[in-house]
Design a protein. Structure first.
Length: 164
């Protein structure tokens, strides 16, 4: 038996510490996207903003449903819309933020497991990593370069291919 470790690298910016102008702009766009959230059941509103290589920005917000599994997270709303409308454009960054109705989120909003897998598929599809910028209402901002930092041992399509 061998014991191995997975090390994850990320950047962390203290509250009030300056992000790059591009990251600041993308976070502000994600904050705007929060306003389109429909979250009457969780009272937790999430917004995502995607930046394409060409500078275009796409927004998404979480959309809940009384049949809970039928809802969709902000990240997947934005990613699916982006790739359906602009299938050949590369996504370079996604910013995620949110707010709750009954508490202040002091930790960065991170993608759920399903969103991480969709990010992995998108990176694989476009053959390039996506910077993921995560921020709460207050506190630190965390940035990773590629979803594998959030989803080690990612499941890729190669695992679906049969070996002859």
């Amino acid at each position: 038996m061998k014991e191995k470790k997975i090390i994850i690298e990320y950047q962390e910016y203290d509250e009030g510490e300056n992000l790059s102008p591009d990251d600041t702009k993308l976070i502000k766009e994600a904050m705007k996207a929060v306003e389109g959230s429909y979250a009457p059941y969780s009272d937790f509103h999430v917004g995502a903003a995607l930046l394409f290589e060409n500078g275009k920005i796409i927004l998404g917000s979480n959309q809940e449903n009384a049949a809970y599994p039928s809802g969709l997270c902000a990240e997947r709303v934005a990613l699916f819309y982006a790739k359906s409308e602009f299938p050949n454009e590369k996504i370079v960054s996604i910013a995620i933020t949110g707010k709750a109705d009954h508490f202040v989120s002091g930790e960065p909003i991170t993608p759920c497991g399903s969103c991480r897998q969709v990010l992995a598929e998108t990176e694989n599809r476009q053959a390039s990593k996506i910077r993921i910028i995560m921020q709460g209402e207050r506190g630190v901002t965390k940035i990773v370069n590629g979803v594998e930092s959030l989803l080690p041992m990612v499941f890729h399509e190669e695992k679906l291919k049969k070996k002859l």
